[in-house]
Write a protein that binds this ligand. Structure first.
Ligand SMILES: Cc1cc2nc3c(=O)[nH]c(=O)nc-3n(C[C@H](O)[C@H](O)[C@H](O)COP(=O)(O)O)c2cc1C
Ligand SMILES: CC(C)CC(=O)C(=O)O
Length: 359
């Protein structure tokens, strides 16, 4: 029987996965306060529907960084899909292409970007800026040549978060035969060298982002900008979008849920950059709440890994189909014909929040 919800799918994935792999995917950093906060924030925010608006069947298609997509739900970058299913990222890419959804390929993908491009769907590529600019530039050229439509630069990882589940389980490395395929430098004849480790650098600055801006004409999204002052700074660096994300609660712990930080970021930017949100999106109503608070789209991380673990390509297709139909239903129940109709008036804000937002 197919899972009726992402929660059911998560439970099935848990029963199928090796517990160390399950923990690697499910876990957060330190006390996992942010991890829990992400889902809780959606549950705590209520929706107040509008009625009798006659908007008909809702439309989900939209534009994201120059890509026409079938739904405002993006696949967030997650590492190591081949640990979830033997076909790994290839299965994810095929499911995303069939659904008309963007797949953001992780820099820690266990499949080469050229192979994923064969699925034919729109791809974004997630980058950790490496201190070796020559390597970073070569990788950017490689993903440009593969046809990626945007770069998603993750900026919340000047050091890797401390994930105690992995330390307890002794998970330190990928099994033999698997590596971060895009970290293998291409030689002059196209042969691939050994994979380099991904470097996390506390020395990176806005100047590195500006260097990247000068180095590529691809749209650039910064992932993990949470402070309104940084959002304003991002405008000056010439980037094209921000991912409001706490890395699924895996980097700095006790960072509030992105949903709670979204209004202040939207206010700071005043519509000058599109915002995407990830962290804890498990229902169509969650996506609707983020859209109502000003996100252009949401992204999902772990649900895709659960789908892969349970059913490979069909499992990921099921994840996207469930969220799609739930979002359509939520929009219809709220009297919306599209995400454009969804605004903060649909949200049950506390009196305190209402006063703050109107002051
Ligand atoms: C197993 C796993 C691996 C991840 N790998 C990456 C990664 O390689 N790069 C990155 O920027 N974010 C990575 N993330 C964070 C996701 O892109 C995303 O921010 C987060 O998973 C969203 O929260 P959700 O899992 O609750 O949907 C990873 C998250 C998980 C759970
Ligand atoms: C292995 C890492 C590069 C993937 C990551 O960002 C994460 O696990 O959160």
């Amino acid at each position: 029987m197919k899972a009726l919800s992402l929660r059911e799918l998560e439970a099935t994935a848990r029963s199928l996965l090796n517990p160390r792999i399950h923990d690697l995917f499910a876990g957060g950093s330190d006390d996992e306060v942010s991890l829990r906060a992400n889902e809780d924030a959606f549950a705590r925010l209520g929706l107040i529907p509008r009625v009798l608006r006659g908007r008909g069947e809702p439309r989900l298609d939209t534009d994201l960084l120059g890509c026409r997509v079938a739904l405002p739900i993006v696949i967030a970058p997650t590492a190591f899909h081949r640990l979830a299913h033997p076909e790994g990222e290839r299965a994810t890419a095929r499911a995303a292409a069939a659904a008309g959804a963007i797949l953001t390929v992780s820099m820690a993908s266990t499949t080469a970007i050229e192979e994923l491009a064969q699925a034919g769907g729109p791809l974004w590529f997630q980058l950790y800026l490496q201190p070796d600019r020559g390597f970073t530039e070569a990788l950017v050229r490689r993903v440009e040549a593969a046809g990626c439509k945007a770069l998603v630069v993750t900026v919340d990882s000047p050091v890797f978060g401390r994930r105690e589940r992995d330390l307890r389980n002794g998970f330190t490395d990928l099994p033999p035969g698997m590596c971060c395929e895009n970290m293998r430098p291409l030689g002059p004849d196209g042969e691939r060298g050994p994979a380099r480790p991904i470097a996390f650098s506390p020395a990176l600055t806005w100047e590195d982002v500006e260097w990247l801006r000068r180095t590529t004409s691809l749209p650039i999204a910064l992932k993990g900008v949470l402070h309104p002052a940084d959002a304003k700074r991002a405008l000056e660096s010439g980037v094209d979008a921000l991912f409001v994300s706490n890395h699924g609660g895996r980097q700095l712990d006790t960072v509030p849920a992105p949903l709670e930080l979204l209004p202040a970021l939207a206010d700071a930017l005043g519509g000058r950059l599109p915002l995407l949100l990830d962290g804890g999106v498990r229902r169509g109503t969650d996506a609707l709440k983020a859209l109502a608070l000003g996100a252009r789209a949401v992204a999902i991380g772990r649900p895709v890994l659960w789908g892969l673990a349970v059913g490979g390509e069909a499992g990921v297709a099921h994840v996207l189909a469930l969220l799609r139909s739930e979002l359509e239903r939520a929009l219809t129940l709220c009297g919306c014909g599209s995400a454009d109709d969804a605004g903060p008036e649909l949200l049950h804000l506390s009196r305190l929040e209402q006063r703050w937002r109107t002051s």
